[in-house]
Design a protein around this ligand. Structure first.
Ligand code: GDG
Length: 471
C-alpha cells in the first residue's frame, strides 16, 4: 500500500481529536497506511531573528505512525503568501468579493516563492511510491513546482472553497497561470457540482481543453487531469458521540432551563465576511419587526469565533456586527429578554453539540461557502423525535445536498425572515420528515466517504510521469 503524504497550509497533530472532523478523517487514513503531514508550523521568524524570504526552519516530529514536518516562514513570506495573496486575493475573489481583493504584485511573487519553498523542502522527503494529497487555495501551484523539480508522483488536489465562474476568475491578473497549474495534478476535487461546472467551462472556453470521456478527464497543456466533485462531510458518529457526552448534555440542559419558554436560534461561524453575518442579523431584526409574536421569545445565539484579525476587511465586519447587535438589543430587548446573544470568542468544541440540540433553528446563511460543515453538525446533533429546522443559504455548497432544508437567498432579508418564521412555527411531523432525509444524506456522505472516494479515484487516475516545467 502506498504511503499517503498530506500537504496543507496548517498541520494538525492527528493524536489530538479536538481539531475536528477533517483532522480526524485525515488522521484515520494517515494512521492506517502510515504517512506524513507537511505544512506551515504557524510560526513566523522576524527579519531581526534571521527570517529571510524563500527560506524556512524545518521541524520534524513523529506522532504515532505519522510524521509531521512543519516549516517556520519568514515575516516577509508570511505577509505576502498568507496574508497578501492567499487571504487578500484568492479568498475574496473565490468568494465572489472582487471589491475586497488587493492585487499587489508583491503578493503573487511571495505566493509563488512559498510554493517553491514547499516543493523544495518536500521533494527530498518523498519516497517513490508516495501518493501526495494537497489541500486548499494556499497551495494551488505546488504540484507544478514539484513537477518542475522532476516529481512523477501521483498528486491530488482538493479545493475547500468555491471556484467562481470564469468572468470572476478573470479579474485575477495571471488567472490563466493558476488554472494551468491545476493541470500539474492527476486529480482535482471540488466541493460541489456547481464549482466543477465553473472549472469545466473555464478550461473549455479559456484554455481550449479537450474533454476525454465522461469521467471528468480533460486534456490541455500536454497533460491529462481528472476533475470531480467530492462534497466533504463530517464524522457523524464522532459528532453524535460528542452530543451524548457529559459536556454537551450539560450545555443542553442549561440552555433548555434558561430558555424554557423561549425558542433558540443558533449561528456558529468564523467571523468572516463570506458568512453573511450582517445580513443574518438584519433578517432576525426583520423577523421581530414583521412577526411580533416572536418578540420576548425568539433568541439568536450567534457565535462568531475570531479569525484572521490581521486582515482589515475582518475588523470592518467586526464593527458592523457589534453595532447591529447593539441596535437590535436596544430597540427590541426587554428587561428580562435580550434578542441577540453575540459571542466573539471560540466556544469549546465539546459544548457545541449541546447548543445545536437545544436550538429550534440553525441559521446557516453564508453569502458564499465551499461546503459549510456547521449545517451538517446541526443536523447530526438533533433529537430525531423533536428536531430543529435548518435555514440554509442556497449559496453554500451544502445546499446541493440538503434540498429539504429551508433554502434562502441571504441577500433577501425579508425572504430569510419569512423562512425563519416558518422554521419557528413548523409542526413536529414536518420537522421529523425533513430531519430524517437530511440525516440520511450526511450519514452516507460522511468525512470517511469523502476521504476514501477521493483517494480511490486518485489511485485509479491516469498518472503521467513528467518533468516538464509548468510555469
Ligand atoms: C472551509 C470552507 C468548508 C466554528 N466556530 C467555532 C468552531 N467552529 C467550527 C465549526 C465547524 C468549523 O469550525 C467551520 O467549518 P465551515 O465548513 O463552516 O467553514 P470554514 O472554516 O470556512 O472552512 C468551508 C470547510 O473548509 C471544509 O472543507 O466546509 O466551506 O470555507 O466544524 O464547528 N468550533 C469551535 N468553537 C467555535 O467557536 N470549537
Amino acid at each position: 500500500m502506498s504511503r499517503l503524504v498530506v500537504v496543507s497550509n496548517r498541520v494538525a497533530d492527528p493524536r489530538k481529536t479536538a481539531a475536528g472532523g477533517l483532522a480526524v478523517a485525515l488522521a484515520d487514513v494517515l494512521n492506517s497506511t502510515g504517512g506524513m503531514w507537511f505544512g506551515w508550523s504557524g510560526k513566523v521568524i522576524e527579519a531581526a531573528d534571521g527570517g529571510k524570504p524563500g527560506e524556512a526552519r524545518q521541524h520534524t516530529q513523529q506522532a504515532g505512525p505519522v510524521k509531521l514536518v512543519t516549516l517556520d516562514l519568514s515575516r516577509e513570506d508570511h505577509d505576502a503568501f498568507y496574508v497578501g495573496y492567499s487571504n487578500g486575493v484568492l479568498w475574496p475573489v473565490f468568494h465572489y468579493r472582487l471589491d475586497l481583493a488587493d492585487f499587489d504584485a508583491g503578493y503573487v511573487a511571495g505566493y509563488r516563492r512559498v510554493n517553491q519553498l514547499f516543493a523544495r523542502k518536500l521533494k527530498p522527503l518523498l519516497q517513490p511510491d508516495d501518493v501526495v494529497w494537497v489541500h486548499d487555495y494556499h497551495l494551488i501551484p505546488l504540484a507544478a513546482e514539484l513537477r518542475a523539480l522532476g516529481c512523477g508522483h501521483r498528486i491530488g488536489y482538493f479545493l475547500h472553497i468555491p471556484l467562481p465562474p470564469s468572468l470572476i476568475m478573470a479579474a485575477i491578473p495571471g488567472h490563466d497561470w493558476l488554472i494551468r497549474a491545476l493541470f500539474a495534478y492527476d486529480l482535482v476535487g471540488f466541493q460541489s457540482r456547481g464549482d466543477l461546472r465553473h472549472f469545466d467551462r473555464y478550461v473549455e472556453a479559456e484554455a481550449g481543453a479537450q474533454r476525454l470521456g465522461d469521467d471528468g478527464r480533460w486534456r490541455a497543456f500536454n497533460r491529462t487531469v481528472q476533475a470531480c466533485a467530492f462534497p466533504i462531510g463530517i464524522d457523524v458518529e464522532e459528532f453524535q458521540a460528542l452530543t451524548d457526552a457529559p459536556e454537551a448534555r450539560e450545555m443542553f440542559e442549561r440552555m433548555r432551563k434558561e430558555y424554557s419558554r423561549r425558542k433558540l436560534l443558533v449561528g456558529v461561524d468564523r467571523l468572516d465576511y463570506s458568512k453573511g453575518l450582517p445580513q443574518r442579523l438584519k433578517a432576525f431584526r426583520e423577523l421581530l419587526k414583521s412577526y411580533p409574536e416572536h418578540r420576548d421569545s425568539a433568541t439568536l445565539i450567534q457565535i462568531a469565533s475570531p479569525s484572521r484579525e490581521d486582515v482589515t476587511a475582518y475588523t470592518d465586519i467586526l464593527h458592523e456586527l457589534e453595532s447591529l447587535c447593539g441596535s437590535i438589543n436596544g430597540n427590541f430587548g426587554e428587561l428580562d429578554w435580550m434578542p441577540v446573544r453575540y459571542i466573539h470568542r471560540t466556544v469549546a468544541r465539546p459544548r457545541l453539540p449541546g447548543l445545536y440540540r437545544a436550538s429550534r433553528v440553525g441559521v446557516v446563511t453564508p453569502l458564499r461557502d465551499g461546503m459549510n460543515l456547521v449545517a451538517k453538525e446541526f443536523i447530526a446533533a438533533q433529537d430525531p423525535a423533536d428536531p430543529g429546522v435548518l435555514v440554509l443559504s442556497r449559496f453554500a455548497g451544502v445546499a446541493e445536498q440538503l434540498p429539504d432544508a429551508l433554502l434562502v437567498n441571504p441577500y433577501d432579508i425579508e425572504g430569510t425572515a419569512n423562512a425563519i418564521h416558518l422554521a419557528l412555527t413548523m409542526p413536529v411531523e414536518e420537522r421529523r420528515v425533513r430531519h430524517q432525509s437530511q440525516m440520511a444524506v450526511i450519514k452516507k456522505y460522511d468525512v470517511h466517504w469523502w476521504c476514501q472516494s477521493f483517494l480511490d479515484t486518485l489511485a485509479k487516475a491516469e498518472a503521467e510521469v513528467t518533468g516538464t516545467p509548468w510555469l
